[in-house]
Design a protein around this ligand. Structure first.
Ligand code: NAD
Ligand code: GLY
Length: 380
């Protein structure tokens, strides 16, 4: 199954999407709309079925920026539009915060036709999706990602989750949204470190799937860092196309989809080991990609020159390339311990997404002594 792209249809009255990437999943198929000024445009939402109620789920940072605009654009499609504003931060991706969404749904008497709108970054998106997957055993939801990371990765593909103190994203469900709307204008208010975090998940797509895109990223990194709309549009669209192709083939992450976790095994250990929120998810993934590429090189899969090339791009994006110390005495042992709590692990054996060659990922184990050597070499 293939992702498709299409140019915008011109409209005299309102800006329309400049690109549409389709997630092909049979009856669970949906479009990702990518463009400028989509949020305020009622045409963006026109294809959604009408319902008696909607709930906008957002957070304390995003609500003042965009919640009222979304509410105004949705007006008329829903009899009543409620909102719940969550605390902001990865450390709040928990049962307690998830419960705030259920509280709001129940207090407002929301039925199973109620549509949830996830307005925010990946944390809001993952929690809203999980709430939608489980409220009354499943209600529809729409992703309105407002971070670069969420637009290129987390809002697409239906993975939803909360964290557990012992492991990242360990409690969750697969639940596909009805629609994903990536309004590129929202990226203009994003802090610089969050833009860099999103670049990590974009860079990821090169080594695992598309080296031409990797070359484009090397050439266009300054434009992306300057938030040039055309560069952002291409990066978001190409990332979504690659992810759409993978998700269409392996929705439930039983084989191919694991490749999207390049850098995440080390990265999740960093996040859990430092405490959620200490490093941004994208920062941990960026550094994790350096570690995974180094492991690939030490296994003889790729050469040192590509590790250096990837490291240079990650560093230029403003991301850390040296891992943090997670323990003062046995740092590598602590990494290993944390990485065993990973959804890809089988019977305690860690499975790493490695590079078989630049542009091609492979899932495999590695001997502990080699992993220890990589952690020692990559940590400050
Ligand atoms: P985030 O949701 O914490 O957002 C980053 C910060 O930016 C937050 O403070 C947020 O309030 C703020 N923000 C959001 N939009 C803004 C805007 N337009 N202007 C100003 N500030 C804005 O972090 P994230 O990087 O978007 O997402 C990370 C999360 O996504 C992690 O929990 C990760 O596990 C998850 N994730 C999930 C998937 C998936 O497939 N479901 C994939 C990748 C990552
Ligand atoms: N971000 C990894 C996945 O969607 O599978």
């Amino acid at each position: 199954m293939q992702a498709t792209t299409a140019s915008a249809t011109a409209s005299a009255t309102a800006p329309l999407p400049i690109a549409k990437v389709q997630i092909q999943l049979g009856e669970r198929s949906y479009p990702i709309l990518i463009g400028a000024r989509l949020l305020d445009n009622p045409a963006t939402w026109a294809a959604l079925p009408r319902a008696s109620a909607a709930l906008i789920v957002t957070n304390t940072t995003v609500a003042p920026l965009y919640a009222q605009r979304l509410r105004a654009a949705l007006g008329g499609r829903y009899g009543v539009i409620h909102a719940v504003v969550l605390p902001d931060g990865e450390e709040f991706k928990t049962w307690a915060t998830l419960n705030l969404i259920f509280d709001a749904l129940l207090e407002h008497g929301c039925d199973r036709k109620t549509v949830l709108f996830a307005l925010g970054g990946g944390v809001v998106g993952d929690m809203t999706g999980f709430a939608a997957a489980s409220y009354m055993r499943g209600v529809p939801f729409v992703q309105v990602p407002t971070t670069l990371l969420a637009q290129v990765d987390s809002s697409v593909g239906g993975k939803t989750a909360i964290n557990h103190p012992l492991g990242k994203n360990m409690i969750g469900a697969f639940h596909q949204p009805q629609l994903v709307v990536c309004d590129l204008d929202t990226l203009q208010t994003l802090p610089g470190c969050e833009l860099a975090a999103g670049l990590a998940e974009i860079i990821k797509y090169g080594p695992i799937a598309d080296m031409a895109f990797f070359g484009w990223l090397e050439a266009n990194l300054p434009a992306l860092l300057a938030r040039e709309p055309a560069a952002l549009a291409h990066a978001v669209q190409r990332s979504c196309e690659i992810k759409a192709r993978v998700v269409a083939q392996d929705e439930h992450d039983t084989s191919l989809r694991a490749m999207l976790n390049f850098g995440h095994t080390f990265g999740h250990a960093i996040e859990a080991g430092l405490g959620y929120g200490a490093w941004l998810h994208g920062e941990a993934v960026g550094c994790g990609m350096v570690m995974a590429a180094t492991l690939s090189q030490r296994l003889g899969l790729i050469d040192e020159a590509f590790v250096q090339r990837l490291t240079a791009l990650i560093r230029s994006a403003g991301l850390p390339v040296q891992g943090p110390k997670l323990a003062s005495t046995d740092n590598a042992g602590r990494y290993l311990e944390l990485m065993r709590v990973d959804k890809k692990a089988e019977a305690g054996e860690i499975k790493f997404v490695l590079l078989a060659s630049p542009g091609k990922a492979v899932l495999r184990g590695a001997p502990d002594p080699l992993v220890r050597a990589v952690v020692d070499a990559c940590c400050a």
